[in-house]
Every structure is written in structure tokens, then in C-alpha cells.
Design a protein. Structure first.
Length: 116
């Protein structure tokens, strides 16, 4: 669905180009209670649930979206392997939220093409 699109490839490049956001340790006072991995997983799952609620999808389409989410998480693990178990600060949390929002937008755009 989206992992083979130019938009997704550009999004992964955007993540790679901004990897320094995750390489700078966050001050203890602003660290989240979840790790980078947990935060990505939770926000991506929430976004997938919202997508499924916003669109009329059959079971096969829902499964495709879940497979896409798994592929996205795999890509995130590849790019962010060295920092997945760290606790993100405010700047990193904001980046995770932005990135997941962009992924959701790509999925919405692709689903809207099917609806048209």
C-alpha cells in the first residue's frame, strides 16, 4: 500500500536525515516514561485504529493496513536500532508524533485513492 510509494521512501529519508534528534540524550527531567520503541508502537497503533474508524474498510483492507504497520515498524527498527530502548525527551517525542502523523496522512491519501 504505502511502503512501496515515493512518499514513504521520502519519509524514511526524512527520518534518516534527522537521526541526530535521537542521538542527543534527553535531560532526565523531560524523559518520557516509554522508550522510543514503545512510543512509536503505541502512536502507530493508535493511528491505525483511527484510520480504520475513519474509512469504510473490509477485512482484507484492514489486514493490509496492519501488515503495512508491521513493515513500517520494521523499517523504524532498522533506522533507529541504537536508540530504540532509550527514553525520549520532548524534542524526540515531538518528532515521533510528527512522523507518525505523516505516516497516517500517507495511509489516508492512499485509501482515498481507492475510494475515488
Amino acid at each position: 500500500m504505502i511502503v512501496e510509494t515515493n512518499g514513504y521512501i521520502e519519509l524514511v529519508q526524512y527520518l534518516s536525515e534527522n537521526i541526530e534528534v535521537f542521538t542527543q540524550p534527553a535531560p532526565a527531567a523531560e524523559q518520557a516514561s516509554q522508550t522510543v520503541r514503545e512510543m512509536f508502537e503505541e502512536q502507530l497503533s493508535n493511528s491505525i485504529m483511527v484510520v480504520c474508524q475513519q474509512h469504510t474498510l473490509d477485512q482484507a483492507q484492514r489486514l493490509d493496513i496492519v501488515r503495512e504497520a508491521d513493515a513500517i515498524l520494521y523499517d523504524l527498527e532498522e533506522v533507529l536500532a541504537s536508540v530504540l530502548n532509550t527514553y525520549p525527551g520532548q524534542r524526540q517525542q515531538a518528532f515521533i508524533t510528527e512522523f507518525v502523523g505523516l505516516v497516517k496522512n500517507l495511509i489516508d491519501t492512499e485509501l482515498n485513492r481507492y475510494d475515488a
